[in-house]
Design a protein around this ligand. Structure first.
Ligand SMILES: *Cc1c(COP(=O)(O)O)cnc(C)c1O
Length: 457
């Protein structure tokens, strides 16, 4: 197997280097006309695109079943949180295997409420990955706590567990791993570290519906887990979020908080509101859409998994394309994204942006993913906020020092040079579509030199 792979790699390498050399010397493309044909010419250079169909649109819905549910809610006149939200919460708790679930307005606020009801706030530090959606960091700031960034393991795209302990201080209260791309983070090691240092673990599972570690759903491995149902997510409602936990008193506090601090379950006492709270209640129609989407989630996850694994097995043969590596103990992934690293050295120096443009022309949309969060100006802004100025010592508010301590060089390379994403809806197709994605990338690889020359003009 190894030698077969090796020889194929060698073949591709030699072939593309050969073409590059031909082009570099300014010889005409007709020189290799006998080795190629119209469908082997990159679409960017006038060839036939590798994919000419239509990718699935997202979100999806079934008009017959889904619209009926939504209309029922509308016609009932009960639009604020009631039984339909309750039904969704019960189903999502059952689906994840958590004792309880609370639905809220969105994933960002699921994270905020979880932290506030875990007594995290001003003066505390929360450890988060540098490679994540901005919501993870902004949620920490919204509580008054300080996000501390840990560098990324570029092979897995997840928080590097070997770099967490160095970031723990006397102010650290929690680790907030993100199951980025729907690929579970290394929870076994993260839980060990948290236990050793007596820290909470709050899972940002906003991209990881149905993903599992050791057959246990993510979101239920730590103290609490948060999900998003925003339009792009694998369970799309438009907006929506959920907190899951086995700690019933905690979920009662979250419930109370999301409803102005009014009593709920074990949150009791006096008359009127008992906790300082907020209003983050979802609507009945959000829940109606969620229930309809939930029906499809399992089947879609199976389809994504099959296609992602197939595509990954094929892409391994293209030098310079390094698909995600799975963390240990993962028994299921959600494949919100299909991430890989692009090494331009293996593509005749064709830049990532040029690769993206060539792929787009082949009919395959791709994305370069996140910009480095830990270098964005919102952090400096937070350091000047009243909450920060009052809660932290002036030494810990030295922003330049903070920026220095939060440098994440691996993550910088991933963000600025190497990461490429395919989004989940591309995986809701079949093997022939995966073959076309592979063909598109292989074609770009073979013609990288030619593309580079053409794009320079
Ligand atoms: C989407 C997302 C969130 C926030 O969810 P919203 O519902 O958009 O507020 C948080 N974290 C991650 C990793 C996400 O992808």
């Amino acid at each position: 197997m190894q030698s077969k792979k090796q020889s194929r790699r060698e073949f591709l390498k030699q072939n593309s280097i050969g073409l590059g050399a031909v082009l570099a010397t300014g010889m005409t493309p007709s020189l290799f006309a006998h080795t190629t044909n119209f469908s082997e010419t990159p679409a960017l250079l006038g060839g036939k695109p590798a994919f000419t169909g239509v990718w699935p649109k997202w979100p999806m819905w079934n008009p017959e079943t889904d619209e009926k549910r939504l209309l029922e809610v509308m016609r009932s006149g009960v639009w604020s949180r009631q039984d339909v939200v309750g039904e969704f919460e019960k189903k999502w708790a059952d689906t994840t295997g958590a004792k309880r679930c609370l639905m809220v307005v969105n994933g960002t606020n699921a994270l905020v409420v979880t932290m506030i009801q875990s007594n995290i706030g001003a003066g505390d530090e929360v450890i988060i990955p540098a490679y994540t959606f901005i919501a993870t960091a902004q949620a920490v700031l919204a509580t008054g706590a300080m996000p501390i960034f840990v560098d990324t393991d570029p092979e897995t795209f997840q928080i590097d567990p070997t770099k967490i302990e160095a970031k723990i201080t006397s102010r650290t209260r929690a680790i907030m791993p993100v199951h980025l791309a729907g690929l579970p983070a290394d929870m076994v090691r993260i839980l060990e570290i948290a236990k050793k240092h007596n820290l909470l673990v709050i899972e940002d599972a906003c991209q990881a519906h149905l993903a599992e570690i050791n057959h246990q759903k993510v979101g239920t491995l730590g103290d609490a887990g948060c999900f998003s149902f925003q339009n792009s997510k694998n369970l799309p409602i438009g907006e929506g979020g959920a907190i899951v936990s086995n700690d019933e008193a905690f979920i009662d506090r979250c419930y109370s908080y999301h409803n102005f601090g009014f009593p709920h379950g074990s949150v009791i006492g006096g008359s009127g509101a008992v906790l300082s709270g907020n209003k983050l209640r979802p609507t009945e129609y959000q829940a109606a859409i969620g229930l309809a989407q939930l029906v499809r989630l399992e089947e879609q996850t199976v389809t994504r998994t099959g296609n992602a694994e197939y595509l990954k097995s094929k892409l391994r043969d293209i030098p310079g394309i390094l698909p995600y590596k799975m963390c240990p103990h993962v028994t299921r992934a959600a494949y919100h994204l299909f991430p890989f690293r692009y090494k331009k050295e293996e593509f005749q120096g064709l830049s990532r942006a040029e690769f993206n443009a060539a792929l787009e022309a082949e009919g395959v949309p791709s994305w370069n993913g996140y910009a480095a969060l830990n270098t964005m100006p919102f952090l400096k802004h937070a350091f000047t906020s009243k909450a920060f100025v009052k809660a932290y010592s002036s030494e810990s508010l030295n922003y330049d020092e903070y920026a220095g301590q939060n440098k994440c060089p691996e993550n910088d390379r991933l963000c600025n040079e190497e990461a490429v994403w395919l989004t989940q809806s591309l995986l809701l197709t079949g093997k022939s579509e995966m073959d076309m994605i592979f063909n598109a990338i292989e074609k770009i690889h073979k013609n990288a030199g030619k593309l580079k020359v053409a794009l320079k003009k």
